[in-house]
Design a protein around this ligand. Structure first.
Ligand code: FES
Length: 125
């Protein structure tokens, strides 16, 4: 398992339909994720450019794919993000396995981004 996996949680997200002056749902999610037990670091961040699908979070691993998730709920997402981080950290190919992934991380994926040094399999000699 890669200890370098980091969970980024947007603190500035609003939930669709929230009043402009309402407390930020993203801040509550970041607080809940930080308080959730787990081996992976939670790093609050301002905006992941998934604002229309907030609250949003990303799971990032050096040498692996990065995943952005949206429309996360405060009740189940913090634990699911730790589970997703464990799956990503333990993968051999740098991809988060579909099997065993919490449902919220299946349904609410916004984007996946290849690692910096990504080379398509057909391009390798
Ligand atoms: S404000 Fe949360 S992704 Fe932009």
């Amino acid at each position: 398992m890669s200890p370098d996996v980091v969970i980024f949680v947007c603190t500035t997200c609003k939930r669709e339909g929230d009043a402009p002056e309402a407390p930020r749902a993203g801040a509550a999610l970041a607080e809940a994720a930080t308080a959730t037990p787990g081996p992976f670091r939670v790093q609050p961040v301002k905006c992941l450019s998934s604002c229309k699908r907030g609250p949003a979070a990303a799971i990032v691993r050096p040498g692996g794919w990065s995943y952005v998730f949206g429309q996360l709920d405060i009740e189940s997402a913090p634990e699911a993000l730790q589970q997703g981080a464990a799956l990503l950290g333990g993968s051999v190919d740098g991809l988060m396995p579909w099997q065993g992934r919490p449902d919220v991380l299946k349904r609410n994926m916004v984007a996946r981004i290849p690692p910096f040094d990504f080379t398509p399999p057909e391009a390798t000699p």
